[in-house]
Design a protein. Structure first.
Lengths: 274, 274
């Protein structure tokens, strides 16, 4: 009998992926963690039944979550990653040689599973420039003042405990935890399926940061295949110091950096409507 | 019992869509035509079990297949659409007031089904500026010399009879059917799943047209969610005369026009590899 995994993106649409081999299942304190193998997509991590990453396309998500802000910030040294227990975000941030990273993941079980089953992502977590904290990212951020150049929010969807990472209170903590020229970047869901969430983020973030700009990235295994990120800054504009990077990337390049901030009319409408 | 439609994009991955209501099924001379209703996506047209369009996201495909070339060509009047029996491509082309359209669709049954069930697309087919031909697009094109300003290939995948629309011979006919400053644009499949097809198109088209540039567009209900189009020109560069349009669009705008031609490294690799 064939074993298929289906993730519903709405009540009546979804993605179907054949499970070539189940690899790992654990009920942690926070969520259900599953890892399975698919021939086309490689290993896949799901949390509470929702795809977090596949080996085939995680490079798009992680490169585009990380490089735009680290390329724009001219002197970034101190980075905070909130979430990102798989290590993919830290892996990309470490390509910027001068960066040191505090990574705060609430669920230690995610880190442990990824160290075992996603070594190409999680190897970064053993780098001496990375400090791991397994605690609540909102509480951690609240305690920090003017410490970070860049904060990267690599969160799950705003369901359950991750809801806190989409609230104005958390964004205020991030603002305070950033230096006077700091940048906050966060994954901000699908512009097709989660327009209300993006609108809410825009409203909350615009009340705090002088610059708030969304950018778009195609991620095949995420709901609708089109994902958004938000770039929030105290000082720098997203194209201000954009430059070619001196390391290898599979998705990111300077033209893509600029292009990603161009928004189709139906996405602009999210922010212009009442 | 629930009725779900699943389109496999590879042997072990696919999209699943609940059939709220089957609307139409016909076996034409060329293919199986199905139309069904889904709450989230609206009406959906499939040919031989492959999604051609959904009411929810057809605007992205049709706007981006049509406007880039019609915006760049400074004096476009004569347009040939090969395929496109649903009428969506003609609808967008007609927004450029001065354009007259020859539309050659091989399968009359597709036209008839779409006239009945997709009026927001097929209304264009009754416009007096559109001439309909129900015949083989390759043969039609072969007979024309220096007639068109822009040729738009709105084809199905290169399977069965549509294979001809991906061959060097057809591209040569298009070249001859275009005026001396003509532009050919074609849908060119997924840069993630159909890299071999894109590479073949690039090779064939580059041997004929001095300018061949691919551009990318996210289309949620197409395989991998990321689609490509190719812009081939005798004279004009794709950004040369790009300008804002004087009609309403939901996806297309001038920034998007420019941004779509930026390619991620893994897409550039398709054309650079041996």
């Amino acid at each position: 009998m064939e074993n298929w995994f289906t993730e519903l993106h709405t009540k009546d649409t979804g993605i179907s992926i054949k499970v070539a081999k189940p690899i790992y299942t654990k009920f942690s304190k926070y969520q259900r963690i599953d890892i399975f193998q698919n021939k086309t997509l490689g290993r896949i991590l799901t949390l509470d039944g929702l795809i977090q990453l596949t080996e085939s396309d995680e490079f798009i998500y992680h490169e585009m979550l990380v490089h735009p802000s680290l390329v724009v910030h001219p002197t970034c040294e101190e980075v905070l990653v909130v979430g990102g227990g798989d290590g993919g975000t830290a892996r990309e941030a470490l390509k910027h040689n001068q960066c040191r990273i505090d990574l705060v993941e609430i669920d230690e079980a995610v880190i442990k599973a990824c160290i075992k089953f996603f070594p190409t992502l999680s190897l970064s977590l053993s780098d001496e420039r990375v400090k791991l904290f397994t605690e609540d990212g909102t509480k951690f951020t609240k305690k920090k003042k003017s410490k970070y150049d860049v904060i990267i929010v690599d969160s799950t969807d705003p369901i359950g405990f991750a809801k806190e990472l989409f609230r104005a209170q958390f964004y205020k903590s991030c603002y305070s935890a950033l230096k006077e020229n700091g940048i906050l970047v966060a994954q901000s869901e699908s512009p097709i399926l989660h327009r209300g969430i993006m609108k809410g983020m825009y409203k909350n973030l615009s009340a705090i940061f002088p610059t708030v700009q969304f950018y778009l990235v195609p991620i095949p295994t995420y709901p609708s295949g089109l994902w958004s990120f938000v770039f929030c800054s105290k000082k720098y504009q997203p194209l201000e110091f954009a430059r070619e990077v001196n390391f290898t990337t599979k998705y990111y390049n300077l033209e893509i950096h600029k292009a990603s901030f161009a928004l189709p009319n139906f996405v602009k409408d999210i922010f212009n409507s009442d």
